[in-house]
Every structure is written in C-alpha cells, then in structure tokens.
Design a protein around this ligand. Structure first.
Ligand code: GDP
Length: 472
C-alpha cells in the first residue's frame, strides 16, 4: 500500500505543481527546524517583506522591480491549520512588540506573487501568478523518520544505551529498570513510564540537546494523553507474554509509527519542493561541546530525510519525487556584530558538509547561510580596557517577558576555523560565546515601518533568492 500511496501522490503532485484553470505554478516551501529555532519569526518576516516589497534587494525579481503584487490567498489544503500570519505580525509590530507564539504543529500559508517575466520574454508575455505555499512544521517530527525502520526492541535498546550517560535521564532509567515488562499491563504503570520519559526529553531539550525523539512527546498537540503517546523504551525481557506491559508498549510504538509518523510524511513532507532548515547554531555553541555535537548529529538525521534511498519507508513513499533545494540557515545572527557573520557562515557550511557526508547525500542543491529574520539589535564599537570591542545593542527582555533596559553587549568571538568547534581536533571542552551571550535575550525592536517597508532583517532576501528566486 506504500507503493500505491506513492503512485497516488505522484499523480496528485503533477496536478499540484500547476494550480487552477490557468496552470499557475506552485512552489511548496517547507520551513522546519527544532523548536525555538526561529520558524515562526522567519515566515512572518519573509511574508511581510514580500508583501511590502520591503527590504529585499538580494531577491533578484524584487530588485528588478518585477514583483508587481504579493497577496495572501486561501490555502489549497482545507484541513491544515492556517499559519497565523496576521496574529504573529501583530505581535511583532505592536506598540509594545512581543515575539510571537512558536510553532507547535504543522500549518500552511499561501502567498501569491504577480511576477513580470525577465529577459527576452519581458516584452512578449504579461505577468504570471506564482503561488508560494509555505508549510511550517516542527523539526522534531522529521527526526521521527529514524523510528520507521526500527522495531520496538531495537529502538528501546538504542535509546536506553544513549540515555545511560545522560544525567537528565537517570530518573527515568531507574523506573524502567524497576518495572517488570512481563507483568500484565497496568495503565498507571505505562503512564508513569511515559511521563518520566517525557520529562527526560524536555530536560534534554532544555539543556540544548537536539536528539529528542519521538518528536510528538515534546509537541503532542491534540494527541496529548492518548495511548499512542503513552509508551517508553524498556529493557527487553526474554519471552514477554501476551497482554504484558512489553507487548502493549510494542503495539503503541507501532501505532505511533503507522498513525502519527507515516501520515505526516505521506501527506505533508512528500509534497515539499524547497526546504529551509533553521538552526539555532549560536544557542548550541553557547551551550557547549555536547550540544554542538548533538546538533551536528540532528542535522545529519534531518538531511537524511531528504535522501530517501537511505530509508526503505521513504523510498516507497517518494517514488520519483525529490526536494530540489535545501537551505540550512543559522538564525539569530543579529546577536553578533557583522564582523563575526563570516565565521558563523563558515560554521553552518561546515556543519552542512559534515551532515552531507554522514548521510551520504547526493541530490538537492544545498547552501548554508547566517541570517536574522528579524533584526533586534544595532551595532556599536566600544573601548574597554584599552581594547576595541565589536558589540551589539538591543532591548533586553526580563525573565517575566517584559521589556527591560537597553544595553550593549560583547557576545564573545567565534573560532576563525570551524574545525576548532567541530572537527576531531576540536579544542576539548573549550567554550565559545560564553561571556555575555547568556543574558542576550533581546526583545523585538519597536518598528516604525513606513509604507512599503518590511521588517529589518539580515540576509533574509538572500535566503529567499536561493529558495525561490529561480522560479520568479
Ligand atoms: P519556532 O519554535 O521555530 O517557531 O521559533 P520562533 O520563531 O518562535 O523563535 C523562537 C525565539 O527565538 C523567538 O521568540 C525569539 O526570542 C528568538 N528569535 C527568532 N528569530 C530571531 C531573530 O531573527 N533575531 C533575534 N534576536 N531573535 C530571534
């Protein structure tokens, strides 16, 4: 049935790429990244800048003045939540600006662009309409792909092995060792195991670890409390009888794969043509070497999802389809003075090369960039103890989420050679960005946008050029 699914998708997709009676082209742009990577802010600022044809000189069609209109339209998928663009933009542009609520689930927004052709066709053809369908989804869901080709016993053994050395997991591990997996299922036991496992996943995430599957345990949406999320890895018993805790957990794990993971890949992921993966690389670097190592592995796993040959489940689903372009973007670059941006770009590019090698990836065109979807700082050079420091200035957010005082900070420096951070020769436990980065929790700047002016950003236009520029 996977093959039938794949073929049906293939046929639907031909209809998908050309929409409506006039055969208007459609670009399905996936936006993903782990939670708090910056997906919501990215989409909101991208759409606002395209609609107002604001600050997009790096988008060639915009620079050439060929985008004559950009407007929102009803999305093609009636059962998907709509991305709450107006609400998010409202938060960012309020009298007292706030960061919008983050991505919790999959959502969609259709932005339509009226584009005049370039070059030779310019005089011959009128403007065309190109639909940009933006699909926002948690990166945690992509990592679930790794579960598809595993049995419950394999997944349990691997996960328990990995948890061994993690301090956040000790509470759960104690519980998992204590229970008798051959005993008859008692729902409260299953629930307390799932709760302890979820608590571990949340703690690991808070400590900056990226590898936190199953993804729905962190972002359950309307599945919260359902049996499909009430399981946990267990040490395998010799011969678990029917109706035992082990058998039921195994059944739920399989249900998670077939009823949660598979539909997402079949209905949403398989239809994406262009993908941006946002990465809070600065946050991971600040959190230290373990978080960087973990981010590196998560990026390889995410990129692995775009190389279906590696995964039997995906190959069947994606017959003849592939993502054409993938952008890895390090977000929140406005935490650094521009003199450090080249180094951040170097790091994200090195991470991507590494992920590409590990995933044995060959297919889509890829790029790495350092961006800020919404610039919250200004730059400033200060003298300190006889040294000149390249600082950034912004309004701090208090722990209660209020706007605090304005201040300038020196976030520290990134290594000139990414190998100092990533390579096997990396400098032991050396920490980068430790100094003031910790407190640099900026509020969005107050925006006084003139007509036709989008929110300020860093290289969002270049990201757009890479992702969709060739189709405009
Ligand atoms: P999501 O979970 O991927 O949807 O992440 P969000 O888009 O909600 O972003 C999470 C948080 O990161 C925001 O609340 C901001 O605090 C911060 N953030 C995101 N983008 C930027 C940016 O361009 N600049 C700065 N300074 N902070 C950002």
């Amino acid at each position: 049935s996977d093959i039938a699914d794949g073929l049906t998708r293939g046929v639907e997709r031909v209809g998908d790429t050309l929409s409506g009676a006039f055969m208007e082209p459609v670009i399905r742009l996936g936006v993903t990244g782990l939670s708090r990577a910056g997906k919501t802010v990215f989409i909101t600022s991208l759409v606002a800048n395209l609609m107002d044809r604001g600050r997009m000189p790096g988008l060639v069609a915009a620079a050439e003045g060929r985008i004559s209109a950009a407007y929102l339209q009803p999305q093609p998928d009636d059962t998907l939540p709509r991305f709450e663009y107006e609400k998010h933009l409202g938060a960012l542009t309020a009298e007292t600006p706030r960061w919008p609520d983050s991505t919790r689930t999959v959502s969609e927004l259709r932005l339509s662009l009226r584009v005049r052709p370039s070059g030779l066709l310019a005089g011959l053809q009128g403007p065309r309409t190109v639909h940009l369908d933006i699909v926002d989804y948690p990166g945690e869901w992509l990592l679930d792909l790794g579960l598809m080709d595993k049995s419950f016993a394999e997944w349990s053994a691997e996960t328990l092995g990995r948890l061994e050395s993690r301090e956040q997991a000790q509470g759960f591990l104690a519980l998992a060792r204590e229970v008798d997996a051959t005993a008859k299922l008692e729902e409260p036991v299953a629930q307390s195991l799932a709760e302890a496992f979820t608590a571990y996943l949340n703690a690991a995430r808070a400590a900056g670890l990226s590898d936190c599957t199953p993804g729905r345990f962190l972002l359950p949406g309307d599945l919260a409390g359902s049996p499909v999320l009430t399981f946990a890895p267990l040490p395998a018993p010799d011969s678990p009888p029917r109706r035992s805790l082990w058998r039921e957990m195994e059944r739920r794990f399989e249900a998670y794969k077939s009823k949660v993971v598979k539909p997402f890949f079949r209905d949403h992921f398989s239809r994406i043509d262009r993908q941006v993966v946002l990465v809070d690389a600065l946050g991971a670097i600040h959190n230290g070497p373990q978080a960087v190592e973990d981010m590196r592995r998560a990026m390889a796993d995410i990129l692995g999802a775009f190389r279906p040959g590696r995964n039997a489940f995906l190959s069947r689903l994606l017959i003849g389809q592939r993502v054409e372009k993938i952008l890895f973007a390090a977000t929140k670059a406005d935490h650094l003075h521009h003199t450090q941006h080249g180094r951040l770009t170097g790091i994200i590019e090195a991470l991507m090369r590494d992920a590409r090698n590990r995933a044995d990836f060959a297919g889509a065109e890829t790029a790495g960039m350092a961006i800020a979807a919404l610039r919250a700082t200004t730059e400033e050079t200060r003298e300190h103890g006889g040294q000149t420091l390249d600082c950034v200035r912004g309004t701090l957010m208090t722990p209660e989420g209020e706007r605090g005082k304005q201040a300038a900070f020196y976030p520290g420096a990134l290594p000139e050679d990414p190998a100092h951070l990533l390579g096997p020769a990396r400098d032991g436990a050396e920490a980068w960005l430790e100094a003031e980065y910790e407190v640099m929790n900026f509020a969005p700047a107050r925006l006084t946008l003139k007509r036709g002016e989008g929110p300020p950003h860093i290289r969002l236009d270049r990201a757009a050029q890479f992702l969709i520029g060739d189709r405009l």
